[in-house]
Design a protein around this ligand. Structure first.
Ligand SMILES: CC(C)(COP(=O)(O)OP(=O)(O)OC[C@H]1O[C@@H](n2cnc3c(N)ncnc32)[C@H](O)[C@@H]1OP(=O)(O)O)[C@@H](O)C(=O)NCCC(=O)NCCS
Length: 147
């Protein structure tokens, strides 16, 4: 994490974020406008990881009372396995603790072994499954952790 900086996401970032989204999440990608809408919402908290002017990863959560719902964490392909995703995750969990949130949850596609490994390493455990959440035959796991 030598030359990387983590900071809150701002409106100027959303063009790069939308491009990362479409590269990674394809048909499920959130658009520029959807990301702008997220930033307008006081219950949502997003951070980016930058290297110079370039955004190489981001993540965010939504606060619902004492729960933090992780909306997304993504790292550009060429910067993976450098602990950027887990650092973003830890920063989101730390922000949740500051907000007196006591548990975190998320949905992850059941065959997304890399993300599931990252979340389990951070203490998340499987608590349920939503069939066809990402489309027909694409199920998600529901993970939770007390923080
Ligand atoms: C999931 C994702 C954010 C992980 O980011 P990352 O910066 O590569 O992850 P880290 O380097 O912090 O890895 C943390 C842990 O996750 C697991 N992990 C991550 N990538 C892995 C891989 N390719 N193979 C096996 N384990 C992996 C490992 O346990 C790893 O710890 P380790 O390196 O000590 O073994 C990244 O792969 C990504 O952007 N994926 C596409 C978007 C996505 O699926 N997001 C989750 C949506 S819920």
């Amino acid at each position: 994490m030598n030359n990387y900086i983590l900071r809150p996401m701002c409106a100027n970032d959303v063009t790069q974020i939308a491009s990362i989204n479409s590269d990674i999440f394809l048909s499920l990608a959130w658009s520029r406008q959807m990301m702008l809408d997220e930033l307008q919402d006081d219950s949502k908290h997003y951070i980016v990881c930058t290297e110079g002017d370039r955004i190489i990863g981001y993540g965010g959560f939504s606060q619902i009372l004492n729960e933090g719902h992780i909306m997304n964490i993504a790292v550009v392909n060429e910067c993976r396995r450098l602990k950027i995703g887990s650092t973003i995750l830890n920063m989101l969990l730390s922000k949740m603790r500051q907000l007196k949130i006591d548990s975190a949850t998320l949905e992850v596609e059941e065959d997304n072994v890399n993300a599931i490994a990252m979340y389990k390493k951070a203490g998340f455990v499987e608590q349920g499954k939503r069939p066809n959440y990402y489309g027909k035959g694409r199920h998600c796991l529901i993970l939770w952790v007390h923080i």
